[in-house]
Write a protein that binds this ligand. Structure first.
Ligand code: PYC
Length: 315
């Protein structure tokens, strides 16, 4: 099958890239966002891989495909995907979409809504460029879950949903810093393997595919953590991770250490920051995450049939 050219706008949010697909992607039908995501994975998985993987992308890239939303109050539908599959929601990606929509002249500062496979999220673009994401209702499902690693040691952490599933634990041994990416990646991967082996999943049986390793911030910086997030394809989030910040605040709230109206600072491995706050909603919270996205470029991707790497390099 010959793939038509794909038109994109690249942004990054706190260092984490979002490739916003604005044209050329095959029609995914008129089903719900979740149905359209399933069609994408079933019928266009090699195109997904070709868009985000090397040589046209790279392993850390997240793409945001703009599709029409059937909801009149949503500016767009969005399907997020990465080097190994699709994401229900993506916080840094939603901010990247807002920056791309602003660049396209589709929105100005103010409020807009995006429909994702996981639900509708609200965003506010400030005159100063700050983007506030009001994320989906987030909650902790298991507190103090202990998993045994392949070396016999064990790790205890919380399981929470913030748009994706997270296992969240402290990492006293390894400093959360860009100097220690490979140790952090290794430690988080072993935790994920242990969760998989023990059959521990999210409440609906979904895989816990994001692992978050924390260190508390020094007290003079306020409530918050320095955070490493391992993404599903063994890549690490360059941003502090919007859905991860949401899941973390849900755990802190349900633990009693954070209250509605408190400010929460989540600092990523590169030192970039998301500022969080929340409203209580039943057992969980509705988080608001504030950050910035930057425009990187725009262009067209081609997939010549004789290119052996048109479906990406499977690393
Ligand atoms: O910001 O939610 C996020 C995210 C998920 C995976 C990478 N970034």
């Amino acid at each position: 099958m010959v793939t038509s050219p794909i038109h994109y706008i690249d942004t990054h949010t706190a260092g984490e890239p979002t490739r916003v697909i604005i044209g050329g992607f095959p029609d995914l039908g008129s089903g719900s966002m979740a149905d359209q995501r399933d069609v994408l994975l079933r019928d266009h998985d090699s195109l997904r891989a070709g868009i985000v993987r090397e040589p046209r992308g790279h392993e850390a890239m997240v793409a945001a495909l703009l599709v029409e939303s059937s909801l009149s109050d949503c500016e767009s539908g969005v399907i997020f995907f990465n080097n190994v599959g699709a994401l229900g929601m993506c916080g840094h990606g939603a901010m990247g979409v807002v920056e791309a929509l602003r660049h396209m002249g589709r929105i100005e500062s103010g409020n807009c809504q995006l429909e994702t496979p996981a639900g509708v999220v609200e965003l506010h673009l400030g005159d100063d460029g700050e983007i506030a994401l009001r994320n989906l209702s987030s909650h902790r499902t298991v507190a103090d879950c202990t998993v045994t690693l392949d070396d016999g040691n064990s790790v205890t952490g919380d399981i929470a949903w913030g748009g994706n599933w997270f296992f969240i634990t402290e990492t006293p041994e390894i400093e959360v810093d860009s100097k220690h990416i490979s140790e952090l990646t290794e430690a988080a991967s072993r935790i994920r393997d242990a969760l998989d082996s023990a059959g521990i999943s999210g409440s609906d049986g979904e895989r816990i595919d994001h692992i978050e390793l924390h260190q508390p911030l020094p007290p003079d910086q306020g409530a918050g953590v320095r955070s490493f997030v391992l993404c599903p394809g063994r890549e690490w989030d360059r941003s502090p991770c919007g859905t991860g910040t949401s899941a973390t605040m849900a755990c802190q709230y349900q633990r009693g250490s954070l209250q509605e109206g408190d400010r929460w600072l989540q600092v990523g491995v590169l030192g970039t920051r998301f500022v969080g706050s929340f409203e209580v909603a039943g057992e969980g919270i509705v988080p608001t995450i504030r950050g910035h996205a930057s425009l990187c470029g725009e262009g067209t991707l081609y997939f010549p049939p004789d290119d052996p790497f048109r479906h990406g390099i499977d690393l």
